[in-house]
Design a protein around this ligand. Sequence first.
Ligand SMILES: *Cc1c(COP(=O)(O)O)cnc(C)c1O
Length: 386
Amino acid sequence: MKNSFKLTGEAAETLAETYGTPLLVLSLDQVEENYKFLRKQLPGVKLFYAVKANPDPNLVKRLVELGSCFDVASDGEIIDLKDMGIAPERIVYANPVKTSIGLTTAKGAGVKQLTFDSEGELNRIVKIMPEASVLLRIRIDNKDSLVDLNKKFGVAPEEALDLLLSAKAKGLDVAGLCFHVGSQNTCSDAYLKALAISRSIFDEAAQRGIMLRILDIGGGFPIPSVDDNFDIFSMTRQIQTELNRLFPDTEIWAEPGRFICGTAVNLITKVIGAQVRSGQQWYFLDEGIYGTFSGALFDHWKYEMETFKDGPEINATIAGPSCDSLDVVFQNHNTVALDIDDLILVPNCGAYSSASATTFNGFAKAPTVIWEDIVETLPCKLMAAS
Ligand SMILES: *Cc1c(COP(=O)(O)O)cnc(C)c1O
């Protein structure tokens, strides 16, 4: 698998001249590659792309063509997908605590697959959508993930049975369980643990007359190529083997977000300021924490930076363009010396980056161009390197 889309220095320069900076370059073929990889590694698992990781309409459209389903968390995401003509059966509303407008929007759009993790949420669902099929979110403790979602969501496994019984008593279609082991997992342990816990809840439920039929193993699959120390092949193989062993007759879903889009986007940004302050070298870029680099804050993401320059490394602080002192992308960053107008390429920034960018301080969000649409217009030697 070609696991990461990366522009050459020459291509970055031509694109910066043509379109200006900051600029996001999205490769839909890389998105397809990532989707097909998971398809192949987890055969039979129904994939629901978690739209929040990168809601770019062209990206979503490519996934629609590939047959993907979608995981949404808000009324806005439901409306966007509905406007694209995506059937409600291909959508799971996987936010265990939904807003009222989210629930009525789901109802209006015909989205019936919902998750929950409390009695209060069950009551809200029954009132608005008694015809819903519900999945109970269970908590899986996992301190090894980059972003641990289990502090916020999921019922303790020992409380799961009571909630399943309650959902059934309220007349809902009790479809199954779901979990999310946390984001950017680089080993399969948390998934294997979650599968074992889920199996015992499936068995307990069966003894009480509830035949669960769906298990949703969530997202968290890591962005490949960033960390050479993990093996995505063996990780997915272990998960698939355990699924075959414990859940041979269950419909399995997964909700990958970052894995699908993370390696498909490059940011091209430019140095707009270079100063020494109190003995420390500062570089200012035309993109910062309030833009594409927002993932440094929200997603704890460690962005890579390519300068296309050689030379001895110095220690520098890299800052964004806004007038806020929070707007520092890297502290203590080792880089070659840079000059004003130098370009910097940031690969692997497709997930939780542009999605959480703002227009704070009047800086527009970096526009996106689709690599496959524009490559024809460029000299052919400027192909992306892999
Ligand atoms: C965010 C989220 C995902 C996607 O997580 P990734 O780590 O990007 O794969 C999937 N499911 C739910 C419920 C989420 O909240």
